[in-house]
Every structure is written in C-alpha cells, then in structure tokens.
Design a protein around this ligand. Structure first.
Ligand SMILES: Nc1nc2c(ncn2[C@@H]2O[C@H](COP(=O)(O)OP(=O)(O)O)[C@@H](O)[C@H]2O)c(=O)[nH]1
Ligand SMILES: [Mg+2]
Length: 433
C-alpha cells in the first residue's frame, strides 16, 4: 500500500478532494489587484511618412490631445520622437509611450530610412537586457520602453506598397508586432480600397513580411480575432473634431460634399483598430513582445556574447564555464594583439634604424665630397698664390734691375753734362743743340 503511494507520487502530482473552502480560488483576483495597483505600460511606435496622420490618429485613439507640433518635411534624416503620458481610465493606470518617426520618407535617398527605427527598437531591448543582467535588478519598478505595437501607416495611393514600406516592414518584422494600416482612407473610394487591401496583403505575403496576427488560440476572442485578421490592413481615418450628427456629438471630418464619421464602421475601420489594439489584444501584444521579439533579441545577444545552453556534446553549459571560456578566449586574443603590437613596434624600430643609417651614410658621403672639393679649391688657391708670389718676385727683381739701370744711366748722364759744360767753357764757339 505504502509502496503504491510512493509510486503514484513519483508519477506526478496527486489530486486530493477538499472537504471545505480553502481560498486559493482567489488567486486570479489577487493577481488582478496586484497588476491594477502596479499599473500597466504600453508602447506604440507609429511609422509612416510625414503628414499621413500619425499624430491625429493617436489623439483620436486615446481621446485626448497629446502635445506636439506638426513635423516639417525638411528633416535631413529619420529621427524618432518619444513621449510618455500617464493616463487613467476607471481605476487603471496606463503609462503610454508614443514613439513617432519624424522625417520618414522626406529624403531623396531613402536607403537607410529603416536604420534609426531598428536601432531604436534594439536600444529598448538592450536596456531591458542590461537591467535583467544586473546583480541588483529592479524589474518590477522598471519603466519598460520596449515597443509593443508598431502601427505602420500606408499612404492611400490605391496602387501598391512603396519599396520603402516593404523594406522597412521586412527589417522590423522580427523585432516588433507590425499592424499595417491604410492612413487617411477617406482619400480612397470603396471599390479601390477593397482592391488596395488585397494588393497590399499579397505583396506582404510574396515578400515574406510577417505582420502581427490577432491570436485565435484563446476561445473567448478567437472568433472576433479571426474575423479581424481578414480585415487587415485596417483603413483608418483620424480626427479630433467633434460634429453634431443627429443629436449626438461624433468625431468626424467634414467635407464640402458630406461628412465622414471616424467611429462609423461603414465609413472606416477605426473602431476595428481600437477594438483590436486596445480593448482585445493589448495584453497579447505586450506578451508577444516579451516572449517572442525580446526573447529572440536576448538569445542572439547572449549567443553573440558566447553563452550557450549546451556544449557540442549536448551537455548543459554552466555559466561559470562559459564565463571562464570567454575570459580565456579574451585573454588569448589580448595576448595575440599584444604580440602583434610588439612585433610591429620592433619592425618599426628596425625600419627607423635603417632609415637613420642610410641618412648617416648619405651625410658622410656628402661630407667627403665637400672635403675633397675644399681641398681641391685650397690647392688651386695655393698654386695661384705661388704663381703670384713668383710673379711678384720676378717683378721685384725686374724693378731692382730697372732701378739699377736707371741710376747708372743717371750717373752716366751727369758726367757727360759736366764734360760738355767744361768743353763749352773752354770753347765758346761750340754751340749747343
Ligand atoms: N483627409 C484626412 N486628413 C487627415 C487624416 N488624419 C490627419 N489628417 C490631416 O493630415 C495632416 C497631418 O496630420 P498629422 O497627424 O500631423 O500627420 P503626421 O505628420 O503623420 O503626424 C493634418 O492636417 C491632419 O488634419 C485623415 O484621416 N484624413
Ligand atoms: Mg506628427
């Protein structure tokens, strides 16, 4: 008997009948109360060209006027503008963050337009991951900024998706729940709208873009979600202007030929969008973000950092071992880098040495050349000096000889005159010439 009991316990848990009310059936209520006290947060990203009615639609959806001026069309690049608001309905607090693209579709070259959006989404995942990895985590108090729903605004062209739309949605589909909507759908006729919706859906399918599907696994919402999935992409109209229609005030847009009512389901899909996004699937969007998109980001990031669940032999990998392996790998790489740097340094020193030697050699050669030149010059000058000295000597000799001759001549000249004077005195008839 005792052995059978143990065996049964080992198989799984036992079902025991209760003989009175215990009270754990209040657990769901406890959970609800706790969540309500704590409050909720929901983050919406609006992607779409400037002027497609993103801000207006947000105001219409939440029945309020969020602050903000219309964006200009002259932005040099795409930016994301984020605003957080504290909203309250009944006793439920909602921290709502609306992130909107600014400058999307306004540049001539739109090649990199998706990048700031992807970077923004990743940055929110990264912030959450960093919080999770902290030793002292405060996740219960953490302001979660991860994007739960991305409303992708499609221009009501009636043609097909622009390549910018396809590229952007493709880049975002593994990171966020995309809900495509046709903006300003009052600009397109009913028959054109039907064709446009079909065209968009087929283009999304043929390009492998995964859009968010309203979940059909929960029986209570399976039917409505199933029907709504067939209505995607929702064709919406936004307006915060209230007009008196019949005896009721309604959100509407008024035109010279008539009035379009935002909340009239025969006019547009605004009500469907509000129903699906806020009233039925808000929690699923939050859950999908955490369990699908964030999980994928976290897995890739941890794998990138070298963490694995199993080693190549399918044995569980311990965090300690992974850390050690990564540390050793890092130290090895560091050593390799150090060695490479040392080698490079030695090489550079050698090169510098060779350069210096070469320069020294050239300097020596130049010095020798100059020395020789100098010696030649000196020799030439000495020769010249010598010949000049010789000339001077010769000149002096000649001068002495000349002086001698001159004095002799003078002496000789003097005695002749004396002799002639004497002769004239003796002979006065001797005439002088
Ligand atoms: N026809 C029409 N105009 C709209 C609609 N929603 C917004 N607008 C107008 O479009 C202009 C730009 O809207 P805004 O919300 O500032 O666009 P954003 O740049 O995408 O935020 C404004 O003049 C709005 O009144 C709509 O559904 N239909
Ligand atoms: Mg705006």
């Amino acid at each position: 008997m005792a052995a059978a009991e143990v065996a049964r316990q080992g198989e799984g848990c036992r079902t025991v009948p209760l003989s009175g009310h215990v009270g754990f059936d209040s657990l769901p209520d406890q959970l609800v109360n706790k969540s309500v006290n704590h409050g909720f947060c929901f983050n919406i990203l609006c992607v779409g060209e400037t002027g497609l009615g993103k801000s207006t639609l947000m105001d219409t959806l939440f029945n309020t006027k969020f602050e903000g001026d219309p964006a200009s069309h002259s932005q040099p690049g795409v930016q994301l503008k984020s605003n957080t608001y504290d909203l309250q309905e009944s006793n439920v607090n909602l921290k709502l963050t609306i992130v909107s693209t600014v400058g999307f579709g306004d540049q001539i070259n739109k090649e990199d337009s998706y990048k700031p959006i992807v970077e923004f989404i990743d940055a929110q995942f990264e912030a959450y991951l960093q919080e999770e990895l902290k030793i002292k985590r405060v996740l219960h108090n953490y302001h979660d900024t991860r994007i739960h729903a991305c409303l992708y605004f499609i221009a009501p062209t009636g043609h097909s998706l622009k390549s910018l739309d396809l590229v952007t949605m493709k880049k975002l589909d593994s990171k966020v729940n995309i809900i495509p909507i046709i903006a300003k759908s009052d600009a397109i006729s009913k028959s054109e709208l039907t064709k446009f919706k079909i065209k968009i859906t087929s283009e999304l399918v043929s390009n492998g873009v995964q859009i968010y599907q309203f979940p059909t696994d929960d029986e209570s919402v399976a039917e409505i979600n199933g029907t709504m999935n067939a209505h995607l992409p929702f064709a919406v109209i936004g307006s915060t202007e209230e007009l008196k229609i019949g005896n009721k005030m309604m959100k509407a847009r008024q035109y010279p030929w008539g009035t379009v009512q935002v909340e009239n389901e025969t006019h547009c899909d605004f009500v469907k969008l509000r129903e699906m996004l806020i009233r039925v699937n808000m929690e699923d969007l939050r859950e999908q973000t955490h369990t699908r998109h964030y999980e994928l980001y976290r897995r890739c990031k941890l794998e990138e950092m070298g963490f694995k669940d199993t080693d190549p032999d399918s044995k569980p990998f311990s965090l300690q071992e992974t850390y050690e392996a990564k540390r050793n790998e890092f130290l090895g790489e560091l050593q390799k880098k150090e060695e490479a740097m040392r080698q490079m340094f030695v090489q550079r020193v050698k090169e510098k040495e060779a350069e210096l030697k070469e320069a020294e050699k050239e300097l020596h050669e130049k010095f020798d050349r100059l020395k020789k030149l100098h010696q030649d010059e000196k020799k030439k000058l000495e020769d010249k000096k010598k010949s000049l000295d010789d000339e001077v000597n010769a000149f002096k000799q000649r001068k002495t000889a000349a002086e001698l001759l001159q004095s002799q001549a003078q002496q000789a000249g003097g005695s002749q005159t004396l002799k002639r004077d004497k002769e004239r005195k003796n002979n006065p008839w001797l005439c002088t010439e």
